[in-house]
Design a protein around this ligand. Structure first.
Ligand code: NAD
Length: 425
């Protein structure tokens, strides 16, 4: 096998600034957009990020068609509904104002409206056919309201595929927003539980992308277009991932404790985009791969602080609950990187031995989980050992991310990691 020799950085243009949401109407008018499809969820539709964006469209003479039925943690059914809405609307650009659920729904609805296809055609293999997006889609502006998924920077969109009860997604550079408007005013209303869960997602993006296999260990693609978006750790992603981690270490507790802390909120929103740039090119690995069935198989549990009419494990929580076990498992493949991540998160690694790297990193994460009142393991969400075979089965097809694990995980390994994640401390 010829090994990869190159890596490529791709990201959306990103504009940072308190109050920058006011500019979205002018941006869209500049693009020549007369009619814009606006995506958001029902709760956000009543809040200031959406009100500000709509006022900006209006004052720039841009007509808005609002779809406010984005499902929090989208699934194949809610996505189909959004596609149908987009298909029945004449529009020349898309504006997404919300968290990852909203931005991802907007990306997929725009894709299937511009390039109609069977639902599984563009979905990642092996669940879908993994067909490349055939051509450009209509311009998408993304205004994140969580800090967060970094979805404003990436060509990735995630949803729960109902028939399998596991998350999957679509990943292609053409899905990247044209512009992300990253405005810390928009996270002022974020409930603490959402700030905690989405902030822990940022941390996992950063640590997983930094500890993923090096890009040079992947097979070389036949043609450049076949180079995946998630390429493995690389020197440029490392910069963004480590800086995101540093910001989170300093600010996540403050941002969760007090949403009026402007400095902490702005830093976490920047961290979210930075980590998006890092993992959007390097990828994530096992903690994310294992999170997809954890979210998909949930029966009754509803996350406190999430205003939801359905069972829900917020994405960041589903990832962090597996993370301590995952990093204890993967550390032997590159102890220096696991130690470096632990150090950035505040651990003293002066006398650390390589064989302790996984434990030291896991312990830092556990401290943070305790401070942020994250449940003590999958058991608190209602999972038991009898669920492990299904959780493993839901993880095995997540090749896009599991292949980037620095240490390959067999079905038996995954079962052990889920068992360790039932009760964490
Ligand atoms: N595309 C990617 O690269 C990527 C990366 C990570 C996660 N994801 C996906 O993103 C989704 C999770 O997104 P998320 O964590 O951003 O949260 P979210 O979009 O699911 O929103 C969570 C909750 O917070 C509320 N909310 C959001 N912003 C708010 C604000 N400013 N004020 C008050 N309430 C607010 C929402 O109404 C919702 O109830 C999952 O489906 C996950 O799989 C995508």
């Amino acid at each position: 096998m010829l090994k990869e020799f190159a890596f490529e950085m791709a990201t959306s243009s990103v504009r940072f600034g308190a109050g920058a949401t006011n500019e979205c109407g002018a941006d869209l008018a500049e693009l020549g957009a007369r009619s814009v499809l606006v995506f958001t969820d029902a709760a956000l539709a009543k809040l200031s990020p959406v009100r500000t964006a709509l006022a900006s469209l209006q004052s720039n003479g841009v007509e808005a068609h609002v779809f406010d039925r984005v499902h929090v943690e989208p699934n194949s059914e809610s996505i189909e509904e959004a596609i149908a809405f987009a298909g029945n609307t004449t529009y020349d650009a898309v504006l997404a104002v919300g968290g990852g659920s909203t931005i991802d729904t907007a990306k997929i609805a725009n894709l299937y409206t511009c390039w109609p296809a069977d639902f599984l055609d563009y979905v990642n293999q092996p669940i879908g056919k993994g067909k490349p997006v055939p051509g450009p889609v209509k311009p998408l502006l993304a205004i994140p309201t969580t800090a967060g998924t970094g979805s404003e920077t990436t060509g990735v969109a995630i949803f729960d595929y109902k028939p399998l009860k596991a998350k999957t997604g679509i990943a292609h550079r053409r899905l990247k927003p044209l512009l992300g408007i990253v405005d810390p005013e928009n996270t002022r209303t974020l409930p603490p539980a959402v700030a905690a869960s989405s902030g822990l997602d940022v941390i996992c993006h950063a640590v997983e992308s930094f500890t993923a296999i090096p890009f040079s260990e992947r097979p070389r693609p036949e043609r450049p277009i076949l180079r995946p978006a998630y390429q493995g750790s690389n020197p440029i992603s490392d910069i963004w991932s480590l800086e995101a981690l540093r910001l989170c270490a300093t600010y996540i507790r403050r941002a969760v404790a007090d949403s009026s802390d402007d400095e902490a909120r702005a830093a976490m929103l920047r961290a979210s985009s930075y980590a998006g740039i890092g993992f959007g090119n390097a990828g994530v690995h096992l903690a994310h791969g294992m999170s997809y069935p954890v979210a998909g198989l949930i029966r009754e549990w509803r996350a406190p602080g999430y205003n939801s009419d359905h069972a829900i494990v917020p994405h960041g929580m589903s990832v962090i609950l597996n993370a301590p076990a995952v990093f204890r498992f993967t550390a032997s493949a590159n102890p220096e990187r696991h130690l470096r991540a632990a150090e950035v998160l505040g651990a003293n690694i002066e006398r650390a031995r390589p064989e302790d790297a996984g434990r030291i990193l896991a312990d830092r994460l556990i401290l943070l989980m305790q401070d942020l009142r994250i449940p003590n393991g999958l058991g608190e969400l209602g999972y038991t050992s009898s669920d492990i075979p299904a959780l493993v089965e839901g993880t095995l097809p997540q090749h896009r991310v599991t292949k980037l694990s620095p240490r390959p995980a067999s079905a038996e390994d995954l079962a052990r990691l889920f068992e360790e994640s039932m009760k964490i401390w």
